[in-house]
Design a protein around this ligand. Structure first.
Ligand SMILES: NC(=O)c1ccc[n+]([C@@H]2O[C@H](COP(=O)([O-])OP(=O)(O)OC[C@H]3O[C@@H](n4cnc5c(N)ncnc54)[C@H](OP(=O)(O)O)[C@@H]3O)[C@@H](O)[C@H]2O)c1
Length: 264
């Protein structure tokens, strides 16, 4: 008998009923991922630092019948993250999926950048990933049912760029951290940890790059076999896949979702 079951194939993408914790939920990607988890039948616990924006998202999602809640926290602050996880568990009893979608950049030439500015980027994009992943992992281990972590990094984790000593270093660190977290957490505890590595997609900060007349846009298109720049919804499929049983054999992967940026 061919060793694959119909039941597995028909249900492997389902994440219905799971509890998804989404960081950076007020951002361009985070709000799309949070809503997508909701549409997929998850209970969605959202976080970011801006409570007002989180409240607006909760109102919007609840109006669509999505079961969701939020807790405002800074992901780089240990006590904030502990309180966040406590609030999520008090609300929904457990955490099954962690989607990290927060992030920050303030490009500057190394000669002009202060050490404090560099450290702030490192804390926002690297230390915060460690703190959130560590304490969610502790919660998942205590639950004893495994889990899924999907961590947004960047294609900038693999290559340098002028003015990006903070961002590239922090994203590179986060991608290596994903490799290490998989070694610590998957075999023993059934927690899969993967990252998705985008190139430019539309957000408040990148909107200017989408001007078809700009040199930046034209330059990017030359590097994008897919023929366009990204939209936040482009990453939903990967995130849901990496949150589902369909990706049970994938861990520690830094997943390219760049429209082919790497092949040119
Ligand atoms: N947009 C792109 O072209 C692009 C490309 C590659 C990778 N990425 C990565 O994809 C992820 C999502 O990007 P995005 O474009 O959706 O970002 P975004 O729209 O700028 O949103 C950023 C999110 O992170 C939070 N945030 C901002 N500064 C922070 C800080 N210092 N510490 C902790 N949280 C902070 C924001 O919420 P609060 O301010 O309320 O906390 C917000 O929820 C990030 O990790 C980013 O680096 C983006």
């Amino acid at each position: 008998m061919v060793p694959v079951s119909k039941d597995f194939v028909n249900n492997m993408f389902s994440i219905e009923g799971k509890v998804a914790l989404v960081t950076g939920a007020t951002g361009a990607l985070g709000c799309v991922l949070a809503k997508a988890y909701g549409y997929a039948g998850c209970k969605v616990f959202m976080t970011a630092r801006n409570a007002k924006k989180l409240q607006a998202l909760e109102d919007e999602f609840k109006a669509e019948g999505i079961d969701c809640a939020y807790f405002a926290a800074d992901p780089a602050q240990e006590e904030d993250v502990k309180a966040l996880i406590k609030a999520a568990v008090e609300k929904y009893g457990e955490i099954n999926i962690l989607a990290i979608a927060h992030g920050y950049n303030k490009p500057a030439n190394v000669l002009e950048q202060s050490v404090a500015d560099w450290q702030y980027i490192m804390d926002a994009d690297c230390k915060s990933v460690y703190i959130v992943a560590k304490f969610v992992a502790e919660q998942m281990v205590a639950q004893g049912k495994g889990g899924k972590m999907v961590i947004t990094t960047s294609q900038r984790s693999k290559r340098g760029m002028a003015g990006y000593t903070g961002y590239c270093t922090s994203k590179g660190g986060a991608d290596l951290m994903v490799n290490c977290l998989a070694c610590d957490l998957t075999a023993q505890y059934g927690i899969n940890v993967n990252s998705i590595c985008p190139t430019v997609f539309r957000s408040d900060l990148t909107e200017w790059m989408f001007d078809p007349e700009s040199a930046v846009y034209k330059n990017f298109l030359n590097r994008e076999p897919i023929g366009r720049l990204g939209e936040p919804a482009d990453f939903v499929g990967y995130a849901l896949f990496l949150s589902s049983a369909a990706s049970d054999f994938i861990t520690g992967a830094n997943c390219d979702c760049s429209g082919g940026y790497l092949v040119v």
